[in-house]
Design a protein around this ligand. Structure first.
Ligand code: PEP
Ligand code: MG
Length: 573
């Protein structure tokens, strides 16, 4: 019978297919003991299963190709590393030898032990590592019984699961899976970011998915609205076909804007920069005529590997990024670790009471000057290959920016002494995402070359609403009079001091909000290439003079409904 299950759209696109339900992995094995004489054989059986899992990971990795192979490969490497973790393997051997448990039961005990430790940690990053661990343990368990870990999905199927690991996504797409629906997950997770880059429709937070969907059910998934329809009726199917036709028409229409300027009807040019996560994003940004890269998040480099990336390793990544943009400026953001982004090398303290308000972003970089200087050196060296700008996250005020500027100058001096060629001057900018920095921008505007508003965080700190907490619903929203007034203040302060102000939070990529941001005075947007043409179209559709005449009215809106009414009126013409 038809059922509509609401979730959150995490990666756009519509898909119709049969459900492949994957129930949460529970090692359903009972306590079983072996005789002393069987111990060596049992340990051998376990090791053979671990080796087989390792081989399987290698094969998977070798099969990866295309622009995202590097990013996805890093997740597979992480799983391979977990396989070699002495904590996991020694523990298992010990359980078999001293407890005389079967390998299956030892695996279950060890999994539950580690889960208890992870559970007590109350840290989003570590919790997501538990998902990785479960994934690896599931594969070992499958090999103990010499069966394929997951029956491979068939082309045209929609995976329904409690969660999905980033490392699985590319594999699923190669198998022909047309969409993924998860019961848990957040639209800001790594899996969501990767799904968007792969153009694989993803709906997360479909709480009822595992209870209401059965293997083989026909599903209709809308990755934009987050709606999942089980057993769609003829009306649903008609709407789906219409959506496909609309999407194809829309893609054709947008395609015509590839080489058009981002210019309003009354002739004002707006700069559209790209938020790039991968080299494929860089290539797209270049092809779509982006002004440059407005945000490259370097912490992704630090999330996967156990050792800190070396200066050379970082330099090569930054250099390739710069080369990919062929002479257009690339804005490299220094490490923004902390809060929900913990590294594997242990820079982020795992025991902060309130990590979103803790040692994150530039605070963490300044607390680890050696790590920070290495990064600054790598960025400076990349500047020899094209224009580079340095962007600093989570800035609270003047002192931090002075400190960063001094460090950057010192690193440049050192590099020149060591014979490196670097750019004569690099622009240095601050992310505006701490409310106090937004309010007091006048206090450090003289020591920055540009600023970029990070609304993802600014909104959460201003409204005291966690950006990752789905339960807060509409409370976490930029459509709040307090947010608009603060944005207006930052943009004005920048203009008064002749400092370019960009916006690189997710709302800059939402075409429906473009008139509002333009009315507030924004002239530089930084957004994922996937939505660049939509925003360009929205810009080309408006008359800036007309919007400016409406700015006061926008600022007078008293609530979300008032702002929405303003938006409706502004787009109606
Ligand atoms: C932001 O906070 O708006 C931002 C762009 O940074 P991130 O999403 O990486 O925190
Ligand atoms: Mg941020």
């Amino acid at each position: 019978m038809r059922a509509l299950l609401p979730g959150h759209g995490a990666s756009r696109g519509s898909a119709l297919g049969r459900a492949r339900v994957r129930l949460p992995h529970v090692l359903d094995v009972v306590e079983q003991h072996i005789r002393p004489g069987q111990i060596d054989d049992e340990v051998g059986r376990l090791h053979a299963a671990v080796d087989a899992t390792r081989g399987e990971m290698r094969t998977l990795r070798a099969r990866l190709h295309g622009a995202l192979a590097k990013e996805v490969g890093e997740f597979l490497d992480l799983h391979a590393l977990l396989l070699d973790d002495p904590e996991l393997l020694h523990g298992l051997d010990e359980l078999i030898r001293t407890g005389r448990y079967t390998a299956d039961y030892a695996l279950r005990l060890q999994r539950d032990r580690l889960a208890a430790v992870f559970d007590g940690m109350d840290d989003a990053y570590l919790k997501s590592r538990m998902d990785d661990l479960d994934h690896v343990i599931g594969r070992i368990h499958a090999h103990l019984h010499q069966r394929a870990p997951d029956a491979p999905a068939v082309a045209g199927e929609i995976l329904v699961s409690d969660n999905v690991a980033p490392s699985e996504l590319a594999q699923l797409q190669t198998q022909g899976v047309v969409a993924v629906v998860t019961a848990a997950g957040s639209t800001l997770s790594h899996s969501a970011i990767l799904a968007r880059s792969l153009h694989l429709p993803l709906v997360v937070g479909t709480a009822q998915a595992l209870q209401r969907i059965n293997d083989g059910d026909v599903l209709l998934v809308d990755g934009a609205t987050g709606e999942v329809v089980v057993d769609p009726d003829p009306d649903d199917l008609r709407r789906y076909r219409e959506r496909l036709r609309d999407a194809a028409r829309e893609a054709r229409e947008l395609g015509r804007l590839r080489s058009k300027p981002s210019r309003t009807r009354d002739g004002v040019d707006i700069a559209l920069w790209a938020n790039a996560e991968s080299l494929e994003d860089v290539a797209n940004a270049h092809a779509l005529g982006a002004a440059g890269v407005g945000l490259y998040r370097t912490e992704f480099l630090f999330l996967q590997q156990r050792e800190l990336p070396s200066e050379d390793q970082q330099f090569q990544v930054y250099r390739d990024l710069v080369l990919g943009m062929g002479g257009r400026p690339v804005t490299i953001r220094t490490l923004d670790l902390g809060a929900d982004k913990a590294d594997r090398a242990g820079l982020v303290a795992g025991d902060e009471e309130n990590p979103a308000l803790g040692v994150r972003g530039v605070r963490l970089s300044l607390a680890h000057p050696g790590v920070f200087d290495t990064q600054l050196r790598a960025i400076l060296r990349a500047s020899n290959y094209g224009p580079v700008r340095v962007l600093v996250p989570m800035v609270s005020g003047r002192e931090e920016m002075l400190d960063v500027r001094r460090r950057l100058q010192r690193a440049a001096l050192q590099l020149r002494k060591q014979g490196h060629e670097i750019a004569v001057q690099l622009e240095l900018g601050a992310m505006i995402e701490v409310p106090a920095a937004a309010i007091a921008l006048h206090g450090f505007v003289d020591i920055v070359d540009f600023v970029s508003i990070g609304t993802n965080d600014l909104v959460q700190y201003l409204l005291a609403a966690d950006r990752n907490n789905e339960a807060l619903g509409e409370l976490y929203s930029p459509l709040h009079p307090g947010v608009l007034r603060l944005l207006r203040h930052v943009i004005r302060t920048g203009a008064e001091h002749d400092i370019p102000v960009a916006m690189c939070g997710e709302i800059a990529g939402d075409a429906t909000l473009a008139p509002m941001l333009l009315a507030l005075g924004l002239r530089e947007f930084s957004l994922h290439p996937a939505t660049l043409l939509e925003v360009r179209r929205a810009i080309r559709d408006v008359d800036l003079g007309d919007l400016q005449a409406r700015t006061e009215k926008l600022l007078q809106a008293r609530d979300r409904a008032g702002i929405e009414r303003w938006l409706k009126a502004a787009t109606a013409g």
